[in-house]
Design a protein around this ligand. Structure first.
Ligand code: HEM
Length: 501
């Protein structure tokens, strides 16, 4: 009797799953959307752990380019859409941003720091927090970190000198992560960090744990990004637990040192002050912001800033080592700026006006956007074009990493040509084919902060060192990217730093 019952339950379950699978599998076909047949478990995500997801996005782009403006995929069994077209991308991210205000990724409710930060939180909390934080990240407001970045840039030059004098091979990805951790760690948590010179610091131990994309951490991210329901069931988290414990501890200690949550913030010195001010301003509007909400923002500033900035610096330095003409042109510009400043430290304004430096950074972010595919989810049914309407809840990915290497938009995309971004050439670029900081209301809030960090780091290194390739290292177009990381992050890279003086 028991066996018969079990047999009936099993048969019903298998039949239900099979019928459901038939429905899932036919989702894009029925709508006439080009797609590859999905895997019965992973859907379209069979590349996971084999190739970096950004590289996979480029492959999908190239396969369907000129055939269709979008491609249907499955995140396990959930249909999602990859948008390969600038005009549809513009509508999703900007014109109809109200429909696509939310991200699909979600780190579940069991991880408060992971789910309350503005990168992963959705409305209504996202709008509340973003409204308070946006004014703080303007160029004028973040000028207060100029001295900090200038100091850390000098330490960067010293670090290269110390390591080169010991004939050590410098792992540039790690060195720039030490540098960017110091800057964002100090700015967001108000504690002194000393990793640029020493390679070690408690804050750096935390960002190292962020950088370790082990299989398990990769699994956490896969679930958060592509199967958020599992994040709650298995208690997956955006940040390692040791990291959130550490951040909570130091955040509390520094707030106490500054007089507590209620002491009015008179002068904003860093990002931590801005978070305190945000809480106080919200309270004036009878809006309560919890301690967890503040710590979540400080934590995402660290995660959002250190890896994007350091990765950009590492690949820029690597490309410059292989592109001597570009390097020389940049060096001349930086020398001129230094002379104009009378030999004094670089300033935010002087580097913001450095045309070629900014072209080098733009070109680096074209070839290597750390987050080159932008995640959104449709709040309601949405008409993509005259042929396709997607149901509410469909995840949509705008594929900039693909568009940014399309030869129709960027001729000879494998070449490193900062000249594409010179003011006189920029007008020829096709709008909405380039968005390394994202687009629309949900774009990167730390863009100016990140640009400042990269400008100072790059200018300081170029002024002091000539960069040369080392034997046995891959050519720039053959660089390896982390397979488990959710974004386009480089692995170990070395160049030769030859002192200029
Ligand atoms: C080279 C440096 C950087 C790059 C390339 C970069 C890129 C990006 C991209 C592509 C997004 C997604 C935007 C979208 O979906 O439209 C993003 C979001 C974000 N970034 Fe950055 N970023 C950088 C630096 C920073 C820095 C320095 C901070 C903090 C100080 C930061 C904090 C954030 C936050 C909090 C978000 C989420 C914004 C929201 O959802 O409202 N980023 N970034």
């Amino acid at each position: 009797m028991l066996f018969t019952l079990l047999g009936v339950i099993l048969t019903c379950t298998v039949t239900w799953l099979y019928l459901r699978w038939l429905k899932v599998r036919s989702f894009w076909g029925k709508r006439g959307v080009p797609h590859e047949p999905p895997h019965p478990i992973f859907g379209s995500l069979t590349h996971l752990t084999k190739i970096n997801t950004s590289k996979w996005m480029i492959a999908v782009y190239n396969k369907y380019k000129h055939k269709t403006p979008y491609v249907g995929i499955w995140l396990f069994w959930r249909p999602a859409l990859i948008v390969n077209d600038p005009e549809i991308g513009r509508r999703v991210l900007v014109k109809d941003a109200d429909v696509f205000r939310d991200r699909f990724l979600n780190s579940g409710k069991s991880d408060p720091i992971g789910c309350l930060n503005i990168f992963s939180v959705n409305d209504p909390t996202w709008s509340r927090v973003r409204r308070h934080l946006t004014p703080v990240f303007t160029t004028a407001k973040i000028k207060h970190i100029q001295n900090l970045i200038a100091q850390k840039s000098k330490e960067l030059v010293q670090r290269i000198q110390i390591e080169s004098s010991k004939n050590k091979l410098i792992d540039i990805r790690t060195m720039f992560a030490d540098f960017s951790t110091d800057i964002i760690g100090t700015a967001a948590f108000g504690v002194k960090c000393n990793a640029t010179l020493t390679g070690k610091d408690p804050m750096r131990s935390v960002t190292k744990s962020f950088q370790t994309y082990s299989f398990i951490r990769g699994l956490n991210f896969v679930s958060i990004m592509f199967f958020p329901e599992l994040a709650d069931i298995f208690r997956f988290s955006f940040f390692p637990k040791s990291a959130t414990d550490y951040f909570t501890k130091i955040f509390r200690a520094v707030v106490k040192e500054r007089g507590g949550y209620d002491k009015p913030v008179e002068e904003i010195k860093d990002l931590l002050d801005t978070l305190l001010k945000m809480k106080q301003n919200a309270a004036k509007e009878s809006d309560f912001m919890s301690e967890e909400l503040l710590i979540a923002q400080a934590t995402i500033f660290v995660q959002g800033a250190f890896e994007t900035s350091s990765n950009t610096l590492a690949v820029a330095i690597y490309e410059l080592a292989y592109n001597t003409e570009v390097q020389e042109k940049l060096y001349r510009e930086i020398v001129d700026i230094k002379e104009r400043l009378g030999g004094e430290d670089f300033t935010v304004d002087a580097l913001a006006d450095a045309t070629y430096l900014n072209c080098v950074i733009d070109e680096t972010l074209r070839k290597y956007p750390p987050m080159g595919w932008l995640d959104r989810v449709a709040r309601k049914e949405y008409q993509i074009d005259e042929n396709l309407t997607i149901p509410a809840g469909t995840p949509v990915y705008v594929n900039f990493v693909g568009m940014q290497v399309d030869p129709d938009y960027y001729p000879e995309p494998q070449l490193f040509k900062p000249e594409r971004f010179l003011p006189e050439a920029k007008g020829d670029l096709t709008p909405f084919t380039y968005a390394p900081f994202g687009e629309g209301p949900r774009n990167c809030i730390g863009r100016r902060f990140g640009q400042q960090t990269v400008r100072f780091g790059l200018a300081s290194v170029i002024l002091n060192y000539e960069l040369k390739p080392l034997p046995n290292m891959p050519l720039p177009n053959d660089i390896e990217f982390n397979k488990n990381a959710p974004f386009l992050l480089v692995e170990l890279l070395h160049v030769n730093f030859v002192p200029r003086h």
